[in-house]
Design a protein around this ligand. Sequence first.
Ligand SMILES: Cc1ncc(COP(=O)(O)O)c(C=O)c1O
Length: 406
Amino acid sequence: MALTDSSTNAIPVAGRVHRFSYAIRNIVAEARRVEAAGKTVRYLNIGDPIAFGFRTPPALVAVVDRAMRDGHNGYGPSEGLAGARDAVAAEYTSRGFPVAPNRVFITAGTSEAIDLALCAIVDEGGEVLVPMPTYPLYTAVLAKLGARPLFYRTDPAHGWTPDIDHLCSLVTPATRALVVIDPNNPTGASYSAGTRRALLDVGERYGLVILADEVYGDLGHEGAVVPLGSLDPDAAIISFSSLSKAYLAPGWRTGWMGIGRSPRLDGVAAAIGKLADGRLCSTVPMQYAVKEALGGDRSHQNSFRAALKERGAITAASLNAIPGVSCVAPTAGFYAMPKIELPPGRTDEDYVLALLRATGVLCVYGSGFNMPPASGFLRVVFLASPSELRDIYARVSDFTREYLRT
Ligand SMILES: Cc1ncc(COP(=O)(O)O)c(C=O)c1O
């Protein structure tokens, strides 16, 4: 074996890693440095309700605890436990989107469902329509697959509504799927029935599968949002959701996908099953909670939605009161995407890092969600308590006034 100089013998990293980024977590490295320098950091970067004091419903914890004590600690079926699949199918069907239990896969969160579906649908060189801004997992998975995102605009001047004409102008023969994130992360928008119909029409017109990310579906501030598939149960739709957000158990890594009844999706359903076999199964004890979550008491969602509504309103009002800042009021979930009128030559990342170093407040720059860096967007997670949020926005206000003056 050839001997190599220790400076050149590093094991090479695969090229695809350079195309892969996930700003929501990447930015934490800088926050740790700021903390090490003695500053308290307020982590408004990750949408984890547990980190802000919200609690997993005790009935769900009890079911998982019992499952483990009862010895359900072995592998399960790769597609998921029958009871969990039945519960997901019943949930979609009762909300107007008929899904058969054998078209449900239980996954390691919505994240794994997204990965499996994209792997099953998109070839190397294929294209997928993704909103701009987007939740970054879509672009990260497409980078791994050697596939290409086509970013369709969503418009803050119209409540972050997708620009349907722009979307249609992007479609090519290589386009395979249309990602719809509704309610949306990072913008906090939920779409009107008219917009949802227009998105379904685009899918039909171009023969695309719609990947409906509905992980915030139960967190509309005025009440749960119906699944996109309920507007056209025969459309080629795959819906994703999980226990992470609306059931307050993100660490359990338990989610699902529901594949619509369209026979056009039969091959895709079989392909997803084949891929799911390769990763054996998702966490088994936690799957017992799916039935309890979807079939049991959901009263925790009423108080959670009310808390989010109050915090979203504080966020929009506080940020809009800062000169040079505008923020579309969120209508669902726990994110907002304000815009800072940046001085020429500055980027969203410059602003976010300067904010972090000066105040300890950690947000994610909009370019981490594929917005242009000079457009000045950032994402705020508003799960902190109202009093803490007011304090945080006061710091953001003082900092931003100074930042925009220089
Ligand atoms: C739009 C969107 N999709 C998917 C996910 C992943 O969620 P899960 O914990 O279910 O994997 C998130 C998490 O923040 C999200 O915001």
